[in-house]
Design a protein around this ligand. Structure first.
Ligand code: SF4
Length: 167
């Protein structure tokens, strides 16, 4: 079976979800045999060629017009679009900011983004999401099950986690 072409894209997020995958050091060599990385800025200097991919992993919420355009392009390219982590699934911590939004944007991004940003939104607000990898960040085992199942031509059974658990 040829390796799956996979792309990892990061939007408004802390990068913790991609670091969790990169920290699966013992399994990355095995994964590399099953997956061809078409783009993953934190993991490879290879430039994304813009071609079709089997899997687009999407981290982060969408809060800028440029991110939205990129997301729509990813949806057209990907067979499976996977929302990774709480930011992508729900908006995550990005929606918790309080106070004047313009001041917050200036503090986070610096000047020049006025008019190009909007309140953070989950990925599913804009595109169809095929699979969801929950967590903040996701469990490493869930990541590996997801990619392993897709590499074998199947679909993973992913757990859902409660937001709060009673003690
Ligand atoms: Fe960071 Fe959590 Fe968002 Fe992942 S879900 S990018 S770990 S804040």
């Amino acid at each position: 079976m040829p390796p799956l072409r996979m792309l990892y894209s990061r939007f408004t997020s802390c990068s913790g979800c991609q670091l969790t995958l990169l920290n699966c050091e013992g399994e990355l060599a095995t994964l590399a045999e099953a997956v061809e990385v078409a783009g993953f800025s934190m993991a490879t200097s290879r430039c994304d060629d813009g071609g079709p991919v089997e899997i687009a992993l999407v981290e982060g919420s969408i809060s800028r017009t440029a991110e939205l355009e990129e997301l729509l392009g990813l949806r057209r390219r990907a067979r499976y679009l996977v929302a990774v982590g709480a930011c992508a699934l729900t908006g995550g911590v990005n929606v918790l900011g309080e106070g004047d939004r313009e001041v917050l944007i200036g503090q986070v991004y610096g000047p020049g983004l006025e008019g190009e940003s909007f309140p953070p939104q989950p990925v599913s607000r804009f595109v169809r999401v095929d699979l969801e990898l929950a967590g903040c960040p996701p469990e490493p085992g869930d990541y590996l099950r997801l990619l392993g199942s897709l590499a074998r031509g199947g679909l993973p059974e992913l757990p859902t986690y409660p937001v709060c658990m009673e003690c």
